[in-house]
Design a protein around this ligand. Structure first.
Ligand code: ADE
Length: 231
């Protein structure tokens, strides 16, 4: 039916897009409100999942089951892991992985879901290409495609950044993308995660996150808008 699901985790991450939507009808399921309407002349359902993997999973499942979305876009902010990323720069997910799942004590590699065929969830190549193209149109912003890592932890430690780079080669770290990716993988629904860097996930992360979340949220939302226009 051509409806696109758009998720942000926090108010800042969906505020602008929500303000631009037309013919909005809202419905609430499991404490998450879904705004159905049009954005850039495209039918969309926009929602704020709340923070963390469980909220993101419930939200994604609801978009698929109740709204029959044909694709899911995640927009928001992240902590930079790749040394070439500055605050405000963009990461488009080529794949997502949960960095905090760990059954290594019983022989499963860190970051993998025991007994499951896939633990690194690939994003939809067409959505990645559109998002990267959209990013290139925004002058002066560095756009990187790469792996997005997710876990139920706000990372604010340079040693942990090094570990996440060495173990998983993540471009950035956040708290929802891999849960969205996991549900989309199980359901066979295409997705892409778009993240603008609010901080460097080191000892300055809390201060930078507070200062730059609004700017980074707007950058990420801008890509979503451009994707809808390119479709
Ligand atoms: N989202 C934005 N910055 C983050 C960080 N440093 N860790 C986890 N999620 C984030």
């Amino acid at each position: 039916n051509g409806v696109i699901g758009i998720i942000g985790a926090m108010d800042e991450e969906i505020a602008q897009l929500l303000g631009e939507m037309e013919q909005v009808q809202q419905q609430t399921f499991y404490n998450i409100t879904y705004y159905a309407g049009t954005l850039c002349a495209t039918p969309v359902v926009l929602c704020k999942s709340g923070v963390g993997k469980v909220n993101a999973a419930v939200c994604t499942q609801t978009l698929i089951d109740r709204f029959q979305v044909e694709a899911v876009l995640f927009t928001g902010v992240a902590g930079a892991l790749h040394p070439d990323l500055d605050i405000g720069d963009l990461v488009i997910s080529t794949e997502c992985q949960q960095h905090d799942i760990d059954a290594s004590a019983v022989g499963f590699p860190k970051g993998t879901v025991p007994f499951q065929d896939v633990s690194i969830f690939p994003a939809d190549p067409a959505l990645v290409a559109w998002a990267a193209e959209a990013g290139r149109r925004i002058a002066g912003v560095n756009v990187m495609t790469g792996k997005v890592l997710s876990g139920d932890q706000f990372i604010s430690d340079a040693n942990k950044v090094r570990e996440l780079r060495e173990q998983f080669a993540g471009a950035c770290v956040e708290m929802e993308g891999a849960a969205v990716a996991h549900v989309c993988h199980l359901a066979g629904v295409p997705y892409v995660v778009i993240r603008s860097m609010s901080d460097r996930a080191d000892h300055t992360a809390d201060v930078n996150f507070a200062e730059f979340t609004e700017l980074a949220s707007e950058r990420s939302a801008h890509i979503v808008r451009e994707i809808l226009r390119l479709r």
